[in-house]
Write a protein of this length. Structure first.
Lengths: 191, 150
């Protein structure tokens, strides 16, 4: 039970870093304009997404908090099998939790493109209460504004480090596929 | 201009949906559950002395392990004998002043010829001695979880 705790600490540290960064950017902007008022430009977003994994349904929610350059993102979703489990009459597997820090080098009022690093945690609590998998995730994200506060986004992630029982790019029969997990979603943002 | 962005995003969505990646969760299994399908379980625990720990482990192994048959001692048809010792320590106060009980389970699994098939130890902690014993027995069950590839 100590490893999920470590993940929580990582997320907390990330959020603190993001908030500090955004406040720093705001103070810098205030300094440039000669004002003394602190104008922390901290943006938040909440959305829903779908991770496109073969044989699985993976809907989830997303949260994003950050400034122009740096943002912290969280994901929480559920996992169902869309293909039958040969051994058991089981469809629901558990959840997916993600926490990522990302930089957004390309951004204007209509488009954002960035990437970052984080962790994906899979508590498979419908298999066993203590069964879980974990991966270090490299993640890219692109956003397109479709309305004043609504963005469509796509993500692509790879797992350079992962626990033994988590294989991205390998199917049940051990055949190889693309080791990149794509996601698409829609976000309401304060930006 | 906005229309072209939307079209672009829809194309991206379509492309990603067509490009579903295989993502597999698996557990190989600690032992050969086809060879050792019937297990006899005995637990010694300092948390309780009324056989509760053995009954608890039997129930949990029946629910989640790869064994086809799980029984408490004696089980004449068993082809594996699982001996577990659970030790729950005295409660220590944590930073908030709440008692925390550390627990350790050591286990050995023997075949019918007396050969050691598997062994190990697990540890956990909880807010009560019984809960600490339950949690560490859950870890033993997790060790013997039924293999899956999903």
């Amino acid at each position: 039970m100590t490893r999920p705790l470590s993940l929580s600490m990582l997320v907390a540290a990330g959020i603190a870093l993001v908030a500090r960064s955004a406040i720093g950017q705001g103070a810098e902007a205030a300094s440039e304009t000669g004002t003394t008022r602190s104008t922390a430009r901290l943006h938040a977003g909440a959305g829903v997404h779908w991770l496109w994994a073969q044989g699985k349904a993976m809907p989830g929610m997303t949260l994003r908090l950050g400034g122009r350059w740096l943002a912290g993102e969280g994901e929480a979703g559920l996992i169902w099998l869309t293909e039958r489990d040969q051994d058991r009459d089981r469809r629901f597997l558990g959840g997916q939790l993600g926490a990522h820090l990302s930089v957004t080098p390309v951004a204007d009022h209509r488009f954002r493109l960035g990437g970052g690093l984080g962790g994906d945690f899979y508590p498979l609590f419908n298999i066993h209460g203590d069964e879980w998998q974990f991966a270090l995730a490299l993640r890219a994200r692109g956003d397109v504004r479709v309305a004043r506060k609504v963005w469509l986004f796509g993500t692509a992630r790879a797992y350079p480090l992962h626990s033994d029982g988590l294989e991205l790019g390998v199917n049940r029969s051990r055949g190889n596929g693309l080791p990149v997990l794509f996601g698409t979603g829609i976000e309401w943002s304060t930006e | 201009m906005t229309g072209s962005w939307i079209r672009g995003m829809l194309v991206t969505c379509a492309a990603t949906s067509a490009g579903c990646a295989p993502l597999t969760f698996s557990e190989e299994g600690a032992i050969d559950f086809e060879r050792y399908s019937r297990v006899e379980v005995a637990v010694e625990s300092n948390a309780t002395t009324d056989g509760w720990a053995t009954r608890y482990l039997v129930e949990e192994l029946r629910a989640s392990s790869g064994f086809a048959q799980v029984d408490a001692v004696p089980s004449p048809s068993a082809d594996l004998f699982l001996d577990v010792t659970v030790f729950v320590g005295a409660g220590d106060d944590d930073d908030d002043g709440d008692a925390t009980y550390a627990s350790v389970a050591t286990f050995d699994a023997w075949d019918a010829q007396g050969r050691l098939v598997d062994s190990g130890s697990e540890s956990d902690e909880s807010s009560g001695p019984i809960e600490a014993a339950e949690d560490v027995l859950d870890e033993v069950v997790l060790h013997f979880i039924a293999p899956f590839r999903l």
